[in-house]
Design a protein around this ligand. Structure first.
Ligand code: NCD
Length: 360
């Protein structure tokens, strides 16, 4: 993996449009070095990642295969720096590390790290890079992962950073697992094109929706329908990108009227941890933005229901056993695609592919 130095001042770098930031984040072979936002992935890279994830999960089925995978990245250590709550993202990255033999360390509670003593985040991240070879970070702050990537790339020990959720802004690896789930689900239905994806819930503050909406623009003729109560509708910056890319989209608060058109329904929970004053979300009527048995009856037979999880009551437990309910499989897909991402970041996809071709 080539060392990456950002030959550009932070102020200049941070002001660039995302497309112009992307070349700084990629390796010469087109693999990601830093994974910071969804826009750095195009359909060629997404297909490569999905194919690698499929090979990894096939290899992992046998003990000998799992042992082979566990030898791939034993020379690298990963640091999980999560200053925001997480179950799935955290555990799936830990599991991904275990699959490839990457030992992982963690800081989840900054009150017991030196940040509490007044250490700057720049110094904390440089400290992590002294001991580890990859930082996977989740923070409540938009842009922090990007800033840390710039800091570390200009230090004498540059190491890759993976954004595991940055504020209300982006959750690129969730979008990777969502795309992987859609690709697998529509594999037999002709592929990921000419489909309608319905997003429902708190679209304003849900970072998973924002990242997935961007990634979907890589696929031809994907219509996006945004269903939310008015105060929680998707932000205009996402819509501007869709307009720019000529993507057809609809905004509505009538969930039931659009369910029959859906190939995928992507449910999200109320993101009330972002409330500005106490309990403002509680005043919003969300009763028409839930998926239960009545909504299930309107869903086309081949459509799927997704959710990044955790859920509250926006998907009724009663529909969990329906074959269209994809969220538990979606969650497990996260472990495989994150394994593929780490493998690609450390340049071992060729070895995995060769092993797959010889043994499967
Ligand atoms: C999501 C997140 O953190 O944005 N969780 C996850 O990573 N699967 C969604 C959420 O918390 O609602």
């Amino acid at each position: 993996m080539a060392k990456k130095l950002f030959n550009i001042a932070w102020e200049e770098f941070s002001a660039l449009p995302l497309v112009e930031k992307t070349p700084y984040l990629m390796q010469p072979d087109g693999s990601p070095y830093h994974t910071l936002f969804a826009q750095q992935f195009d359909s060629v890279l997404l297909d490569k990642l999905a194919a690698l994830a499929n090979e990894i999960r096939a290899i992992a089925k046998t003990r000998i295969g799992a042992e082979y995978l566990r030898q791939q990245v034993t020379h690298k250590r990963a640091m999980l720096y999560f200053s925001q709550p997480s179950s799935r993202t955290f555990l799936s990255f830990v599991s991904a590390g275990q699959i490839l033999g990457v030992p992982v360390g963690e800081v989840r509670d900054t009150s017991i790290s030196s940040e509490f003593k007044g250490e700057s985040r720049e110094d904390s991240v440089r400290t992590f890079s002294s001991y580890f070879d990859l930082i996977i970070m989740r923070t409540p702050e938009k842009g922090l992962a990007e800033h840390m990537a710039w800091v570390i790339s200009n230090s004498d020990r540059p190491i890759p950073i993976i954004n595991a959720g940055s504020g209300k802004d982006q959750h690129p690896t969730q979008a990777l697992l969502d795309i992987y789930t859609l690709l697998r689900s529509f594999d037999r239905g002709g592929g990921l094109h000419d489909k309608t994806v319905v997003f429902c819930g708190d679209l304003l503050r849900g970072r998973t929706v924002r990242s997935l909406s961007y990634l979907l623009t890589n696929y031809p003729r994907i219509r996006q329908i945004f269903v939310a109560p008015d105060p929680l509708q998707i932000d205009t910056d996402v819509l501007d990108i869709l307009r720019e890319k000529g993507v057809e989209f609809v905004q509505t608060d009538n969930f039931r009227s659009v369910i029959p058109e859906a190939d995928a329904v992507y449910m999200t929970r109320m993101q009330d941890e972002w409330d500005n004053y106490k309990n403002e979300s509680a005043a919003i009527d969300t009763s028409h933005f839930k998926f239960g048995l009545e909504e299930l009856a309107l869903l086309p037979p081949r459509a799927i229901i997704m959710h990044p999880l955790p859920r509250r009551d926006e998907i009724a437990v009663a529909i969990d056993d329906d074959p269209r309910a994809m969220y538990w499989r979606q969650m497990r897909n996260g472990m495989w695609i994150r394994t593929a991402l780490i493998a690609m970041t450390f340049g071992c996809e060729r070895r995995i592919h060769d092993y797959y071709c010889h043994n499967n």
